[in-house]
Design a protein around this ligand. Structure first.
Ligand code: ZN
Length: 68
């Protein structure tokens, strides 16, 4: 099966690698995302994306706090 590389800064919870891929030809909310390095199932792309957005927002808040 083909896989799609995931273009986000999301680390595998198991091995810590930022090497995720989704199964299938296209990336959809329901695509199953797994780790290329250790093969762990990370979850559905819709959930991973949401977590990544939340993390990015947290990071941004922290950085803003440091600046102010
Ligand atoms: Zn992994």
């Amino acid at each position: 099966m083909d896989s799609v590389p995931i273009p986000v800064e999301f680390r595998c919870g198991k091995c810590g690698e930022k090497a995720l891929r989704a199964e299938g030809d296209t990336l959809t909310e329901d695509s199953i995302v797994s780790c290329t390095a250790c093969g762990a199932n990370v979850g559905r792309w819709g959930d991973v994306k949401q977590q990544t957005l939340d993390l990015s927002a947290e990071e941004l808040k922290k950085r803003l706090k440091d600046l102010l």
